[in-house]
Design a protein around this ligand. Structure first.
Ligand SMILES: [Zn+2]
Length: 447
């Protein structure tokens, strides 16, 4: 039966002040102010307490890092020393059971913040974790959340001039054959798909040139997206110049990655010409404001990138460099850091919502999510303004960002309620907190 989400307090959509009608997993009608839906047999959900926005889309994360949040070995460091402190701890302890709990926790946390589709850049494959993507599918299915399964990889360890230790890298053939396996099993290009696959060599300092070119060829063959970290730090610039004789964007072009399939995590240290080149080739950029501030990495040139033609999405990143998985909080952080980069008038809450919804959907290559409109998937996040932090609020949509909304009261994905009364419908939060917390203890004992 169709459902009329009736008379929301506010809604992030044009001509939908009277609400939206959802049927068979999709949005079928926008109801103007004072209007009523066209059909007869329609159930009603009274949304008069709710601010309704498109489900948020997270385009960069590392779920396993939830096990090393605020880790004493890594706090107060910038990226390279931060990674070098954590690699051996991850290598020893990220086993399938812990990885499953980390995935469950990150997905649950994201969804409770209003996220309805997530990608997880899973690049760590110590022995025994070969089925990481399969574990993520099982966990996402339990929650009902969409995922771009981002099959990451590292094959350049210290002995070959890379940054990570030997114990967390795989050889190139093992990586490429698992990429094909994961694509064959889970990559679904149909409208409303729960899972798609992206290939994601980790970063210039952890991956060989050949793995970059082979991954691009596989993505072309199977019509899937490509993802990597790029231009996150000045250390990375120096690494690329020293090891490849060129800057990161030139390297990207050299390995065949300047195209619309690609979205990059961070994208901070681009010069003017590089911004134009990326835009011309429609390369997407996932802006990770919280992580960039935590690691003091720098400020993404979001406005110039968008103006040049690049889709800009949003990601929580981390979780050890965030150290949470709250995408709504990252929208607030995006507003703040971008106002420091630009000014208050040219960066609005609407810009930040756009990055976390439409922009992220474009980064993932999806045109069926990210907006509230007829024909789009019914992926929606609902927030109340009942907490003390909202008391006195004028503009409800601006208030979500400026007053600091954290938790969705309700979440709908493909027309199904996955969060009700601020709790996931299919997850015991108390038990999850206990089990994940217990698993994370091993990562501290490794010190
Ligand atoms: Zn990252």
């Amino acid at each position: 039966m169709a459902l009329w989400i009736k008379n929301p307090l506010a809604v992030l959509a044009e001509n939908a002040a009277g609400g939206v009608v959802v049927d068979n997993g999709k949005i079928t009608e926008l109801v103007p102010m004072g209007g009523v839906p066209e059909g007869n047999d329609i159930a009603v959900f009274d949304a008069s307490r709710h601010v309704v926005i498109p489900g948020l889309i997270n385009t960069h994360h590392h779920f396993f890092q939830t096990l090393t949040r605020a880790h004493p070995a890594a706090i107060n460091k910038e990226l390279f020393p931060w990674l070098q402190a954590l690699y051996p701890i991850w290598a020893k302890n990220v086993k399938p059971d812990a990885f499953r709990l980390a995935t469950r926790l990150a997905l649950t946390e994201l969804m409770m913040s209003g996220c309805t589709c997530a990608s997880d850049h899973q690049y760590l494959y110590p022995d025994g974790l070969e089925e990481a993507m399969d574990i993520q599918v099982e966990e996402a299915e339990k929650l009902g959340i969409r995922m771009t399964l981002t099959r990451g990889s590292m094959n350049l360890s210290v002995k070959d001039g890379g940054l990570p230790p030997d114990s967390v890298v795989q050889d190139e053939d093992a990586i490429l054959s698992d990429c094909e396996r994961v694509i064959g099993r889970y990559h679904d290009m149909s409208d409303g798909a729960q899972f798609r696959v992206a290939l994601a060599p980790c970063a210039p300092f952890t991956v060989s040139r050949r793995l970059m070119t082979e991954s691009a060829a596989l993505a072309e063959k199977h019509d899937c997206r490509l993802h990597t970290h790029l231009a996150e730090t000045l250390d990375e610039d120096a690494y690329c110049v020293a090891n490849y004789g060129m800057r990161p964007v030139d390297y990207l072009e050299d390995v065949g990655w300047l195209n619309h399939r690609v979205w990059l995590a961070h994208g901070i240290h681009f010069n003017d010409e590089e911004v134009q080149r990326l835009g011309r080739h429609k390369v997407g950029v996932c802006h990770c404001p919280t992580s960039n501030m935590t690691l003091a990495s720098g400020q993404c040139r979001t406005k110039e990138l968008e103006a040049a033609g690049s889709p800009v999405g949003l990601g929580v990143d981390g979780s050890a460099s965030n150290d949470n998985s709250n995408l709504m909080e990252s929208i607030r952080h995006a507003l703040m850091i971008n106002r420091l980069t630009y000014d208050a008038a040219s960066v609005t809450h609407q810009d930040c919502f756009r990055w976390a919804t439409e922009g992220s959907a474009k980064c993932l290559g999806r045109d069926d999510i990210g907006r509230i409109d007829v024909g789009m998937q019914a992926d929606l996040a609902f927030y109340t303004l009942d907490e003390l932090r909202f008391s006195g609020v004028g503009d409800p949509l601006a208030g979500l960002v400026l007053c600091g909304a954290h938790s969705a009261d309700r979440v709908m994905i493909g027309g199904r309620w996955t969060v009700e009364d601020a709790m996931p419908v299919s997850m015991d939060i108390g038990r999850l907190r206990h089990e994940h917390g217990a698993a994370a203890k091993a990562f501290l004992e490794a010190l």
